[in-house]
Design a protein around this ligand. Structure first.
Ligand code: T4K
Length: 371
């Protein structure tokens, strides 16, 4: 154990440092550091092409992108969302005084269960905020049908879904808006960063104003916007990262199949999967430790930790169990049985491009030996 390097749930991909130097030299020369500079514009364009979407508005992080998306669409009232996500999803609702209404997830993908949405709709409901959890697409058609019937907005928290494609192209093209995170722990990172994917130029313009204090021009402020701009250094890094994405995606896919090959069939271990995507990004490798495994999830978590492997319990506790949410009527356990069970069973195993096959085998063997 003493000589073994710790393994984390993820580690950011970093291109060779010397490849970044020319970008820095460029910034040093032209002295444009932020406020929609040339790298910012180039990255927006490059992402539209890479992702197969119409318009991208870059942000300094995914949380501010979520908050701004709600403001852009003037969402006000109750918003139906999932308790099985990172806390930023629901926090973004509280920032604008919206009330989260939690509905349960469906057992296969752990994404919002469309069959549970209608019962949660009230006259105050204005929007639905689902999450493509672990990058597995939600049932976008079923969700859109309900939104159309009840005239609701749909904002996807697509923080995990960079590069994911489903039957009709990018999963980011569904709903009114989709939000990405480019945090260090994500498939595509710009250190910190995020984006809103918008369907039309008018919405993108409004979002661009909102992320720059609401400024429309030098003397006009149209709304109480925030400062959520991505800096030139982050945008430059993103441009360089994009060049390495084919390798990043390929290596993640290899590790994912390695885990599946060896863990599929282990009694009491279920690999979470989805059938909804044509191109997956393998952003996480979640397993469920079920009751017929030889130990409970927390025992396995501790055993891996004792052996230098820092798996993570994404997403435990449920958002609905945090103090600012647990008083909500929709937060009661009986409303969220599938999510509650998954939160008790889930463990995300390490997956990132520089993780070696030997390290993956170490993780697998510790799980297989069952003691
Ligand atoms: N919506 C969803 C569904 C999200 O998952 C997130 C973020 C958001 C919205 C909000 O997007 P951002 O505002 O963050 O752009 C992490 C991330 O901080 C968070 O971005 C992410 N979701 C969440 C799922 O995970 P922690 O507290 O688990 O991160 P941390 O610091 O423990 O990092 C995990 C491991 O990654 C470390 O053990 C080592 C490695 N690591 C991490 C960092 C930050 C590195 O090797 N280098 C690094 O720089 O929350």
């Amino acid at each position: 154990m003493d000589n073994i390097q710790p393994i984390f749930v993820t580690q950011p991909y970093l291109p060779p440092l010397e490849e970044f130097t020319p970008y820095l030299e460029h910034i040093w020369k032209n002295k444009i550091l932020t406020n929609g500079g040339p790298f910012h514009q180039q990255l927006e364009q490059a992402l539209c092409e890479y992702l197969g979407v119409e318009y991208v508005a870059l942000f300094s992080n995914g949380t501010l992108a979520l908050i701004t998306a709600l403001q852009a669409l003037r969402v006000a009232g109750e918003v139906i969302t999932t308790p099985y996500s990172f806390v930023a999803t629901a926090h973004s609702l509280l920032w604008h005084g919206n009330k989260p209404v939690f509905v349960d997830v469906e057992p296969q993908t752990l994404n919002m269960d469309p069959a549970k949405i209608e019962a949660a709709i009230t006259p105050k409901t204005t929007a639905i905020m689902p999450v493509h959890c672990y990058g597995n697409p939600c049932d976008v058609d079923a969700i859109q049908k309900i939104a159309d019937n009840y005239n609701l907005r749909v904002i996807y928290d697509a923080a995990h879904a960079f590069g994911v494609q489903c039957q009709r192209g990018s999963v980011l093209n569904y709903g009114d808006l989709s939000i990405l995170s480019f945090h260090a722990t994500k498939v595509f990172n710009t250190f910190e960063g995020g984006a809103i994917i918008c369907p039309d130029a008018k919405t993108k313009r409004r979002i661009d104003h909102l992320k720059n204090f609401g400024f429309v021009d030098e003397i006009t402020v149209a709304a109480p916007g925030i400062n959520a701009k991505m800096s030139e250094i982050n945008a430059a890094f993103g441009l360089l990262q994009l060049k390495h994405m084919p390798y990043v995606m390929e290596r993640r896919a290899e590790i994912d199949s390695h885990y599946r090959r060896r863990l599929c069939g282990v009694r009491g271990i279920r690999c979470v999967s989805s059938s909804g995507q044509i191109v997956a990004n393998h952003s996480y490798f979640p397993i469920l430790v079920e009751s017929d495994y030889s130990m409970c999830r927390d025992e396995l978590y501790q055993k891996l930790k004792d052996n230098g492997i820092n798996a993570r319990r994404y997403f435990y506790p449920l958002i609905s169990d945090f103090p600012m949410y647990r008083g909500l009527p929709s937060a009661v356990r009986s409303n969220l049985p599938v999510a509650a069970k998954a939160a008790e069973q889930v463990l995300c195993l390490p997956i990132y491009p520089s993780l070696s096959d030997e390290a993956v085998e170490r993780v697998i063997n510790l799980i297989i030996e069952r003691t």
